[in-house]
Design a protein around this ligand. Structure first.
Ligand code: G6P
Length: 619
């Protein structure tokens, strides 16, 4: 949610900032801007719209401009327009700031600064940071107060003491044309350290093109960068030393390659991504699952009487699959809760309660807050996270990384299947320790190891699924129905369609349809049924008949070789046969493709859907 990038080095800053912003555009894309410095002057260019619009109004890069900051915005305070776009300058025109996060006490601070004669130009909360820094920079001009640091650094610290909320910041001052300051609290910020150049950014995607060495700032830390090097300290001016870490992913992983969209690339990456996620963790020969990150917590998990899974969006749907898995394989009472609800509703956390938080980005503010709430109440919190070193990865007591590489498409796909894969491995291992026989565990492990190949088979139907999307593209209301393990998949299928094709869709447990939603069914309304082989097959066939009787159009996801369903479905997509509890790993794939093709056919920007952001760092 909002991407920031800043550059200080030997090269012209502008093209590096623009390229970095393009890489971060999935974090927000309603307006963009840059502030570029050279010899005491500052040039700010910003506009409503995408990075392309910004590129259109930028002049040619100047080789002497070696320092700059940039931003791509997802609006919170103030409409997406040019005035509200970042960078924001202070009232003296010397300071410029780009910000990711929310300043909660901005209106109080704004009133105070206004009484001091400071004028504001925008509706944003960010402008208060620029003006506070400018205010202290101008007024607090005594060297002895600065604790031996530059006046600019001191003013930044002084301003940050006044603000409440979250921030990832990059700040420049025209009096200091060779100094860049970054600060972090609650929003991610990393510093890429190259040969004679530094890239400060919200995430590694903007850095990897230049260097794979980076430091990850922690909350309440700041970094001051100059051509001579950088130093890190707390915002209270206490020096901290940070280790350089290797960024785990490569440039290739964030490029489109032969694909038209990141979402499609990520859907097709799933066989490889899941294999990587399982690598070293499943040992078929010895019938073992090894989850190193949480090994010391497994005993406690087998004993717990209360497991809570908390997450948002797609990760929440993966959590629901986890709930079914933990209950079925290990008889652990499990509840899956939206992180945004959990944190506000005085949850019951008893001795021995285990909480699992799931997040692709590791930065979702509600999930992070839920973790805080759970920890405060004494729960042991484990994480299932994709982004290494992210806030959630660090906030949890232990965890399992997905290892599926960066996910750029705003609509989550490979992260979902990997989250379910991790939950499945964990549930099998807990089940093996508690309930199921070794032979049963072994058979699930074997089946799990074949999932990547089976997904590849489903992907071959992409063109067929495109035809189904095309045949229904004029329909504005869809239902997604599933039972048991496939109920969360129905929710996920509906979410995918809503997110990127803007078609209204509802996901439901199929049996619930007759308690209300059946009233929605009109002639030709598409109803997507997940009707795979399993104990509830006959029941779901009954639900299909109910829809057909009312004129609805049935798109069925069924098991390969199911001849019976052909007579009942208008469109059929098949998936290979697997045990019921592994079906979500397969049945979700055609629904991802259906949503993708529908969005493309409707002419939408699949990777940057309207009003959404990849990583929601506001609550
Ligand atoms: C946003 C994204 C969703 C994602 C959700 C949770 O809403 O658009 O795709 O599922 O956040 O994100 P997380 O990074 O915590 O999995």
């Amino acid at each position: 949610m909002c991407g920031i990038v800043a550059y200080l080095g030997e090269k012209a800053a502008q093209p590096i900032l623009v390229e970095g912003l393009k890489r971060l555009e999935y974090r927000g894309y309603d307006s963009a801007g840059v502030a570029i410095l050279s010899n005491g002057s500052m040039r700010i260019v910003k506009t409503k719209g995408r990075i392309k619009a910004l590129e259109g109004i930028l002049t040619s890069p100047n080789e002497n401009e070696k320092l700059g900051i940039g931003h791509t915005r997802w609006a919170t305070h103030g409409k997406p327009n040019t005035i509200n776009a970042h960078p924001h300058q202070d009232y003296t025109g010397k300071i410029a700031v780009v910000h990711n996060g929310i300043i909660e006490n901005y209106s109080t601070l704004k009133k105070w600064l206004q009484t001091e004669g400071v004028e504001f130009a925008s509706e944003t909360d960010t402008e208060i940071i620029a003006n506070l820094i400018g205010y202290f920079y101008t007024k607090g001009n005594k060297t002895e107060e600065n604790n031996g640091q530059s006046k600019f650094e001191w003013a930044v610290q002084r301003a940050l003491h006044e603000v409440h909320g979250t921030y990832g910041l990059a700040i420049v001052c025209s009096d200091e044309p060779e100094m860049l300051i970054g600060a972090k609290k609650g929003s991610p910020l990393i510093l890429g350290v190259g040969d004679d150049e530094y890239i400060l950014a919200s995430d590694a995607a903007a850095v990897v093109e230049h260097t794979t060495q980076a430091i990850y700032l922690s909350d309440n830390e700041m970094v001051t960068i100059s051509p001579k090097g950088f130093h890190t300290k707390t915002v209270n001016n206490v020096a901290v030393s940070k280790d350089l870490k290797e960024i785990e992913f490569s440039l290739e992983q964030i490029e489109l390659g032969k694909f038209k969209h990141h979402m499609l690339k990520e859907i097709f990456e799933q066989p490889e991504a899941i294999s990587t996620c399982m690598r070293g963790r499943i040992d078929i020969e010895n019938n073992k699952i090894k989850l190193g990150g949480i090994a010391s917590h497994l005993r406690e998990m087998t004993r717990t009487k209360h497991l809570i899974i908390t997450a948002c969006g797609t990760a929440f749907h993966a959590g629901l699959v986890g709930e079914f898995l933990f209950e079925q394989l290990a008889r652990i009472p499990t509840e899956t809760e939206y992180a945004s609800e959990f944190r506000y509703r005085n949850p019951i956390i008893e001795d021995g309660t285990v909480v699992i938080s799931i997040s692709q980005s590791g930065e979702t503010a509600d999930t992070l807050a839920a973790i805080g709430q759970a920890k405060e109440r004494g729960a042991n919190v484990l994480g299932i996270v994709n982004v290494v070193g992210s806030s959630i990865a660090r906030a949890t007591d232990a965890g399992i990384y997905l290892h599926v590489g960066p996910e750029i498409g705003v609509a989550s796909t490979k992260a979902f299947t990997a989250q379910v894969t991790v939950l499945t491995m964990l549930a099998i291992e807990l089940g093996r320790r508690k309930l199921i026989s070794s032979a049963q565990a072994n058979s699930y492990i074997r089946e799990l190891s074949q999932i990547p190949d089976k997904i590849s088979r489903i992907l071959k139907q992409s063109e067929h699924i495109k035809e189904i999307a095309a045949a229904n593209i004029d329909k504005n209301n869809w239902l997604f129905l599933g039972r048991g393990f496939n109920y969360p998949v129905a929710l996920e299928g509906a979410l995918k369609l809503k997110e990127i094709s803007y078609i209204h869709a509802e996901g439901l447990p199929a049996a619930e349809m007759k308690h209300g939603p059946i009233a929605l069914i009109v002639d030709e309304m598409p109803a997507v049924f997940i009707a795979t082989a399993g104990p509830q097959y006959d029941k779901i066939m009954g639900n299909i008949a109910e829809v057909k009787a009312r004129g609805g159009k049935v798109i069925a996801v069924a098991t390969e070789g199911d001849e019976n369903i052909k007579q009942h479905a208008d469109h059929l997509i098949t998936v290979p046969d697997v045990p019921e509890l592994l079906q979500p790993l397969l049945t979700v794939v055609p629904l991802q493709l259906l949503a993708y093709h529908a969005a493309v056919l409707r002419g939408h920007d699949v990777d940057k859907p309207r009003n959404l952001a990849k990583s929601v760092t506001v609550q």
